[in-house]
Design a protein around this ligand. Structure first.
Ligand code: C5P
Length: 419
């Protein structure tokens, strides 16, 4: 029988997790009560911090009743207990829900003139910010800039969604539903658990497009920016792997802890990849996110081709297919797990399935590059990941970093246990 004097340990996906719930002064503040309720039901220990504006919309007593914790609202309370930073330091997850234009601006600028802003400056955990405001305010260049600053800093911006706003307006600016906020917090918490699952593993990632010279100033290239491959390298390193990145020309910074080899052409990429695969018998995974040119000019002119010599005919020859070459090797203990990519515009999945078979890959990430929000040179992607074993995983539009983690989840599940 349960001992009435000893409370039951918390249960649920967020059992015992300290969640900082920042509430700023928008009408959506009432939804923060529902979010607090959902978080408590998920087992979290919720620390609500309300701005003075928030308290004009909802009372602290409501949050205290739901979270069973004291609501802090004043930076001058209990100076000896470092109230201004305590909840931020303790937080394992943080969310500002709703975030007004003013709160976004303060956060972007690093201001610290009330308890919520000092608390957020002291928090080092993953932070979700859910903006809510009138459409004009959301679309103002200042707000756009602040939102970009925060995203660039790794803050997870959630919403706003499009819908009914205060005063009968409709448009973008509506606070996302509490269920969506909870779903993201759960995912981020899951991400923290993925922390070290590639420790002791060696991963080779290729990224960006190759350039095939026509003459000393011209080349055949493609639109790949390298963002997807760099995101995979960064995610694998975060998860504890030793990562080597072989990349075509890209302006992106090398992710922390990653060893980078720069190449230009497909032949150089082949040489770098095969050298790595053959040198390291303990290589666990090769992820080929690079857009390798399928063809190259048969011979590049040693000097610049002159316009007045007429339109040149450029003979193309096929480049070796590095992925297929690795995929043709015997599937034994020494062969690393192979992950390929396919950028398609038509019959996306059927072509992907065919490519998976032809190239002998273990996983194939299929990209539909016909949309503007996914594929080349954007920060988001939407993919289907096909497994040789028939598994199919759909990843809806999300950040390339999250896509990278989802690919790595499938990789981890397929790696044989370490020796
Ligand atoms: O055939 P396709 O170029 O669509 O295949 C894409 C996949 O094959 C990617 O993983 C890419 O890195 C790899 N690839 C390769 N060598 C090539 C062409 C593509 O490794 N020459």
């Amino acid at each position: 029988m349960a001992d009435p004097d000893r409370p039951e340990p918390p249960r649920g996906p967020l059992a015992g997790v300290r969640v900082l719930l920042g509430v700023s002064g928008g009408i959506g503040a009432y939804k923060a009560v529902l979010l607090a309720r959902l978080l408590v039901a998920a087992g979290a220990e919720v620390d609500p911090v309300l701005t003075s504006g928030a308290q004009r919309f909802v009372g602290a007593a409501t949050f205290e009743g739901i979270t069973r914790r004291t609501v802090r609202a004043d930076v001058w309370e209990d100076i000896a207990a470092d109230t201004h930073v305590a909840a931020g330091r303790a937080a394992q997850l943080a969310i500002v829900y709703p975030a007004t234009a003013h709160t976004l601006a303060k956060l972007a600028g690093g201001l610290a003139d009330d308890l919520l802003s000092t608390t957020l400056l002291a928090a080092t955990c993953p932070l979700v910010v859910a903006p809510a405001m009138h459409t004009e305010m959301w679309q103002h260049p200042a707000t756009r800039h602040n939102a970009e600053v925060l995203t660039g800093r790794g803050v997870h911006l959630l919403g706003p969604s499009d819908g009914m706003l205060m005063g009968g307006d409709t448009g973008p600016g509506r606070l996302v539903d509490p269920e969506a906020a909870l779903a993201l917090l759960l995912r981020l918490h899951g991400g923290r658990e993925r922390h070290d699952d590639l420790a002791g593993r060696r991963v080779l990632v290729t990224a960006a497009g190759t350039r095939e010279p026509i003459d000393p100033v011209r080349f055949l290239g493609n639109r790949s920016s390298g963002k997807m491959g760099f995101a995979i390298a960064a995610a694998a390193a975060q998860r504890g792997a030793t990562v080597e990145l072989v990349t075509g020309p890209s302006s992106l910074a090398t992710p922390p802890g990653v060893r980078r080899t720069d190449i230009t052409t497909a032949l150089e990429m082949r040489a770098a990849v095969l050298a790595s695969v053959d040198a390291a018998s303990d290589l666990d995974v090769v992820i080929k996110a690079a857009a390798v040119a399928d063809f190259r000019p048969g011979s590049a002119s040693g000097s610049k081709i002159k316009k007045d010599a007429g339109v040149p005919t450029i003979e193309l020859v096929a480049n070796p297919d590095i992925l297929a070459e690795l995929g043709a090797r015997p599937r034994d203990a020494a062969r690393p797990l192979l992950v390929g990519f396919a950028a398609e515009t038509d019959d996306v999945e059927a072509n992907g399935r065919d490519k998976l078979r032809r190239k002998g890959a273990d996983l194939l990430v299929v990209n539909d590059v016909s949309g503007a929000d996914a594929g080349f040179d954007v920060d988001t992607n939407r993919v289907v990941i096909l497994g040789r074993d028939g598994e199919r995983t759909e990843v809806a539009l999300t950040s390339k970093s999250e896509v990278a983690h989802r690919i790595l989840d499938l990789v981890v599940a397929r790696l044989s246990p370490p020796d």
